[in-house]
Design a protein around this ligand. Sequence first.
Ligand SMILES: [Zn+2]
Length: 238
Amino acid sequence: MFVDRLIHTLKSVIIAPTCPICGRRLESAESFVCISCQLAAPFTQLWHKEDNVMSRRFWGIVPIERAAAFMWFVESSPWRELIHEFKYHNHWFLAENMGYWFATELMRSDFLRDIDLIVAVPLHWRRRLSRGYNQSEYIAAGISHKSGIPYCFDAVKRSINNPPQAATQYIDRWQNIENIFTLTRPEALCGRHILLVDDVFTSGATLSTLAQAILKGCNGNVKISVATLAATRHLIDK
Ligand SMILES: [Zn+2]
């Protein structure tokens, strides 16, 4: 992680940074996305309302305190491309920057109230090795950096390397992810309010399964909220 950061810092000194959404060269006062693109971003604003379309997706499945995505995952949107960039093309620093920005917005609301710890949805070690990193860890690190809430990356692991969710049919997802998470350090989680962080919310199946594993491992003595960078638009159509 340190070497990656060093290379990224050197690159940003040598090459003038550009906005990853519109490609325009950034002004010195602009952070990683230009002001025009920031203003036009497809924010969900879900973090301002506890009873929202995303938190309702968990009803009857697992008790979740609060749930919000930062942006809608709109087809052919450059924001969608951005998420693909950091997921598949080693642009982890975009994930961290997006996490930092997301936390800035969350802190303008009540969303992070009484959250004790941030936990990223883990990848199986084999997939983490082939990709070289877990993008959700960088999102979590960005949220933690801005909010000051500590993050913990070693309390839960993915024990089963199930096929990528994107490659499975919606209907199969629930069968595909049962019992895939194991708590390695339950004492780090139990009795706390945990914010689970992932990149994209689609069916909510992975996050529900992780939340269930944590609740079970703590005998119910834990509170869980959920934050993702993006949510697919079909959420609001159901
Ligand atoms: Zn731009």
